[in-house]
Design a protein around this ligand. Structure first.
Ligand code: AMP
Ligand code: MG
Length: 340
């Protein structure tokens, strides 16, 4: 993290689509000066949107302050404010949007609504040397295979029901595991899987280019309750099955598009077993494999700040009256003027 230079322009980005509230600050050149993330972790059960939104509202001013301190700049040094406009959970998105609108109108600077999924890809490119990758984006809320093609990012395959990360999280919760800050459910499953080795048959569902994880999750949870297999073997088999599904779809998208890079991102990208599976198919197709560093692969404000810069530099500004959140905003709806 560096000190402010007199001529530099800055964008502050706010991410609040689900369980994370995050503020990032990027220079217009793509130097990330701050990326503060506050995770909402419910005591029990899954994410309740209103509870998560309450968390976001409670931590917002503290996280903003930390971001300015880290970046060593003041609010008045900002040139623009960007926020995650969708897709995501309504109450969570609205909380982030409210903070962003307040900041932009108080400072009288432009506001930029950013598509969360596109931001994941753009920060991934910025943080690696990938230029035009097939992206496998697997997180708590999304499982998407996407790539750029004529003015837009296109979805080549996606989940038909729950996200891959959500599948791991629910299984872990059913198994009575307890996550902590720095040790999310997916990482707990990964640790246990390393001690397993017996491959138990579980539903493998790929339909066309799309995946489905809900049948897999139900089957795994049912076996868990029967106590016939060890938790380690179940974690191992769940990972092998689910990761093979997304890897198969990524490989087919790669073969179809003949891209030369594969980018793995989203919270689940931290998983070493998934990394090794995707690396193998990339290499088989003579494509470079890149994993996005975890702090930029999970939901983070830096990705919103950087994508805000790209959009702003190509004329995209979101007037306050058009800054309503878009819960189901698909990435192919957005034109991408910054890629020629
Ligand atoms: P995100 O939605 O991008 O913020 O990422 C959160 C998701 O990533 C959750 O579903 C986590 O359980 C999952 N996750 C985090 N670390 C790992 C890991 N090592 N292996 C698999 N999943 C993980
Ligand atoms: Mg998250």
């Amino acid at each position: 993290m560096t000190k402010k230079k007199a001529s530099e322009q800055y964008c502050l980005g706010i991410e609040s689509t689900a369980d994370d509230f995050s503020v990032g600050i990027s220079t217009f050149e793509g130097e990330i000066l701050a990326n503060m993330i506050s995770v909402y972790m419910p005591e029990e059960g899954g994410i309740h949107p209103r509870e998560a939104a309450r968390h976001h509202a409670e931590v917002a001013s503290k996280v903003l302050e930390e971001a300015f301190t880290n970046a060593e700049i003041k609010p008045r040094n900002l040139s623009i404010v960007a926020f995650s406009q969708g897709p995501g959970l309504g109450p969570c998105l609205r909380t982030g949007a409210t903070v962003a609108r307040a900041l932009a109108s108080y400072l009288e600077i432009p506001l930029i609504g950013v598509n969360h999924c596109i931001a994941h890809i753009e920060i991934g490119k910025l943080q690696t040397d990938a230029k035009d990758p097939i992206t496998l984006y697997v997180s708590g809320g999304n499982s998407i295979v996407a790539a750029f093609d004529s003015r837009r990012y296109r979805v080549f395959g996606e989940t038909l029901d729950i996200a891959l990360g959500n599948c791991l999280d629910v299984f872990a919760r059913e198994a009575g595991l307890r996550q902590k800050v720095g040790l999310p459910f997916g990482a707990l499953v990964e640790k246990l899987a390393l001690k397993g080795g017996q491959l138990i048959a579980l539903p493998y569902t790929v339909k066309g280019m799309d995946t489905s994880f809900s049948g897999l999750l139900t089957a795994a949870v049912n076996l868990l309750k029967k106590r016939e297999y060890s938790l380690e073997d179940l974690c191992y088999s769940l990972q092998e099955t689910a990761f093979s599904m997304v890897t198969e779809v990524t490989e087919r998208a790669l073969a179809h598009t003949e891209k030369k890079e594969v980018l793995l991102t989203g919270g689940v990208a931290a998983n070493k077993r998934l990394q090794s599976m995707v690396k193998v198919i990339a290499e088989e197709h003579n494509a470079r494999f890149r994993t996005v560093p975890t702090q930029f692969a999970i939901d983070n404000g830096a990705m919103i700040a950087w994508t805000g810069v790209l959009a702003y530099q190509h004329g995209a500004v979101t007037p306050i009256e058009k800054s309503f959140v878009k819960l189901r905003w698909r990435l192919e709806e957005v034109e991408i003027p910054w890629i020629s």
